[in-house]
Design a protein around this ligand. Sequence first.
Ligand code: CO
Length: 227
Amino acid sequence: MQWIAGLASKNKYKMDDFYKKILDNNKKWVESTLSRDPNYFKNLAQGQTPPLLWIGCSDSRVPANEIIGAKSGEVFVHRNIANMVVHSDMNMLSVLDYAVNVLKVKHVIVCGHYGCGGILAAMKNESIGIIDNWIRHIKDIYRLHKKGLDSIENETERFNKFVEFNVIEQVFDLAKTSIVQSAWRNGQELSLHGWVYGLNSGFVTDLNVNFSSDEDLDEVYQLKFSE
Ligand code: CO
């Protein structure tokens, strides 16, 4: 019964102040939410029909719901380092498939942010561990836009432009997925958008890279589906 002893020792875990505070915050949040609407959780438990899938950065300063004033139930969220749409990433594909084919979201927003550590790492050469392999995808974007980026002398401006190019490419990568193209082919209403969030201002900028069909994709990416 050693494992039970192991569990018991875990129960002796000494909570630090932050850990205590977040558990306490949860209790207070439930109380105040119920005081405003006694059926709040009962209603949410019925199911979800969010109109939006958000693909954002894991950065702790870019909380999806908060930025856009979305309530619980309004936004389906996927976050990873530097808001990437890597078409062999089973996690992203599963979220996208569920969002598009089951939840039938109407919008997908890829939201990057200025000051993104993942983008900065991709501009540099230091190895920082296994994450190098993830950052590689971002370096590929740099290579794709090398001419434009290298021509910007100011480093901050180049960094900001790289953040924007990355978002734009991720929206294109979304449009190239079989999931999104198949939805369009079936006449499903689905729009893709690219945003950048300003950590300094709180405002998002719409990069005006909007897709609601595959006609703006290079022909080689346009999939044909058999009936
Ligand atoms: Co980031």
